[in-house]
Design a protein around this ligand. Structure first.
Ligand code: IPM
Ligand code: MG
Length: 451
C-alpha cells in the first residue's frame, strides 16, 4: 500500500518522539511491503518562528491532501517562550485548534491501558493497579468551550472574561454514535460523562446520548457526573470501557487517565472525522524542560502511529505488530525515566534490566521484536477485544483469591467469566448469563489458561 503521511514534528520533545515513530513505521512498511511518503508540515511554535502564525492555509491544505497526519506535540514554556507574548489567537495551541476544526476532527480517541509490566509505575494503590484497566476516552474535539465565543472586557470598571459553551444535538449525536460503535467492538459499555446537575449543555448531551443508545441495545449505557468520574478513575478504573464526553471534560479526564497508566508518555490518540483521514498524536504535551535530552518517552507516539495504520489504512496486522513490539520492549525491561519503577520496586528486580533507555534504542528492539515476535503471537481476530483483555490479564495473575478482591472492588466481566468457568459452567451458559458473545467468553478463558 502507498501511504501519504503528513508529519508535524512540532515543538519541544515533538521532533525526537516523532523521529522514533517514523523509524518504527518505516520498519513496519519494510517488513509488510508498503511504501510511505512523508510531507513535513510546520505547525505550532515551529510555524510561528518561520511564518509568524501557528498554522498557514497552505499547511492546512497539505494536511488535507495527506491520507493521515502524524504529529508530535506543540507549544513551549508559557513563562519564558516568546510565542506566549503573542495574542492568544497567534499562539501555538491556536494552530492545533484551527487544524482540528479545519479538518473537522470531531472524534478524539484516547485509549488508556495499564500494561502488566508498568504496574510498578502506576501511582494507584496496589490492589487497584493489580486489577488492571483498559478504557477508551471518546472526547468530542471540535465543540464546547474550546470553540465558543470568548471575550475579555471591562464591565462597569471590572475586567470580565467570558467563554461560551455550546453544543447542538447533531454534534452530540455524531460523537455518541462513534462511542457506541467502538463499544460494540470492546466490552459493550459506554459511560457518558457530563455535568447535567448544573449545565444545560450537559442535559441536552444526556438526552441525545440516551436517544442514540436505543440503536445499540447490546451496549450498556450509564451516565456519570464529571466530578464523580474524576474520582472513579483513581478509585476503580477497571469499571470503565468507553468514556464518552465533551471537549473540556475529555481534556482533563484523559490527562488523569494517562497518569494512572504510569505516565502521560504512554497515551496515544487518534482524531477522526467522517472520512478515513485521521490526525494521530500522543496525548501529552511538548515537555520543553526535557526536550533534546534523549530521555522523552516515544511510546505514545509509536502507539499513535499504530492507531494510524489501523484506523486510516485498515492495516490491523501491522498495527498489532507494533503494539506487540511495544509490549515486548516493556516486558524486556526497557524503560524511559518516566516509567521507571520507584526505588523500592527497583530493588526487587535485577537492576540491569531497568536501564534508562535512549529513545533511539527502542525501535531497534522493536525492529527485532516485531519481526521475531509478531508471527508467533496469538491474537484474537480484533485488536479491540485483545486490548480489552490486557487489564484483566493482570487480575487473573493475581495470587489473591477472587472472593477477597470482591470485598474491595466490584468484579469486572472477565473476573465473572473466570469465576463461573471455575465453577464448571460452560462457555455458552456463561455467555448467556452475562449477556456476552460466546467467542469473547472463550477468549477470556483461553487467555487465562494456566495463569
Ligand atoms: C490536548 C492538549 C490540547 C487541548 C492543548 C495543547 C490545546 O492539552 O490535546 O489534550 O487542550 O486539547
Ligand atoms: Mg490536554
Amino acid at each position: 500500500m502507498e501511504m501519504k503521511i503528513g508529519v508535524i514534528k512540532g515543538d519541544g520533545i515533538g521532533p525526537e518522539i516523532v523521529d522514533e515513530a517514523m523509524k518504527v513505521l518505516d520498519q513496519t512498511a519494510k517488513v509488510y511491503g508498503h511504501s510511505i511518503s512523508y510531507t513535513q508540515l510546520l505547525m505550532g511554535g515551529a510555524s510561528i518562528d518561520v511564518n509568524g502564525v501557528p498554522l498557514t492555509e497552505e499547511t492546512l491544505q497539505l494536511a488535507k491532501d495527506s491520507d493521515a497526519v502524524l504529529m508530535g506535540s506543540i507549544g513551549g514554556d508559557a513563562k519564558t517562550s516568546p510565542w506566549y507574548q503573542l495574542e492568544p489567537s497567534k499562539r501555538p495551541e491556536a494552530g492545533l485548534l484551527q487544524l482540528r476544526k479545519g479538518l473537522n476532527l470531531f472524534a478524539n480517541l484516547r485509549p488508556a491501558v495499564l500494561y502488566d509490566e508498568l504496574k510498578g509505575a502506576c501511582p494507584l494503590k496496589k490492589e487497584i493497579a493489580d486489577r488492571g484497566f483498559d478504557l477508551m476516552i471518546m472526547r468530542e474535539l471540535t465543540g464546547g468551550l474550546y470553540f465558543g465565543k470568548r471575550s475579555t472586557e471591562e464591565i462597569d470598571g471590572v475586567l470580565t472574561a467570558k467563554d461560551e459553551l455550546t453544543y447542538n444535538e447533531n454534534e452530540i449525536r455524531r460523537i455518541a454514535k462513534r462511542a457506541f460503535d467502538i463499544a460494540m467492538k470492546r466490552r459493550k459499555k459506554v459511560t457518558s460523562v457530563d455535568k447535567a446537575n448544573v449545565l444545560d449543555s450537559s442535559r441536552l448531551w444526556r438526552s441525545v446520548v440516551e436517544d442514540v443508545a436505543k440503536d445499540y441495545p447490546d451496549v450498556t449505557l450509564e451516565h456519570m457526573l464529571v466530578d464523580n468520574c474524576a474520582m472513579q478513575i483513581v478509585h476503580n478504573p477497571c469499571q470503565f470501557d468507553v468514556v464518552l464526553t465533551e471537549n473540556m471534560f475529555g481534556d482533563i479526564l484523559s490527562d488523569e487517565a494517562s497518569m494512572v497508566t504510569g505516565s502521560i508518555g504512554m497515551l496515544s490518540s487518534a482524531s477522526l472525522n467522517d472520512t478515513r483521514f485521521g490526525l494521530y498524536e500522543p496525548s501529552g504535551g511538548s515537555a520543553p524542560d526535557i526536550a533534546g535530552k534523549g530521555i522523552a518517552n516515544p511510546i505514545a507516539t509509536i502507539l499513535s502511529a499504530a492507531m494510524m495504520l489501523r484506523y486510516t489504512f485498515d492495516l490491523d496486522k501491522e498495527a498489532e505488530a507494533i503494539e506487540a513490539a511495544v509490549k515486548q520492549v516493556l516486558k524486556d525491561g526497557y524503560r524511559t525515566i518516566d516509567i521507571m519503577p520507584q526505588e523500592e520496586d527497583k530493588k526487587k528486580n535485577e537492576p540491569e534490566r531497568f536501564q534508562a533507555l535512549q529513545p533511539d534504542k527502542l525501535p531497534e528492539i522493536k525492529e527485532f521484536s516485531f519481526a521475531e515476535q509478531a508471527p508467533h503471537i496469538e491474537r484474537p481476530q480484533n485488536q479491540e477485544s485483545q486490548a480489552a483483555n490486557l487489564g484483566n490479564t493482570v487480575s487473573a495473575k493475581k495470587d489473591t483469591p477472587v472472593e477477597e478482591k470482591e470485598e474491595s472492588l466490584p468484579e469486572n466481566n472477565n473476573d465473572k467469566i473466570l469465576r463461573l468457568h471455575k465453577q464448571g459452567m460452560s462457555s455458552v451458559d456463561i455467555a448467556k448469563e452475562l449477556g456476552l458473545g460466546v467467542g469473547e467468553v472463550k477468549l477470556v478463558i483461553n487467555l487465562f489458561k494456566g495463569a
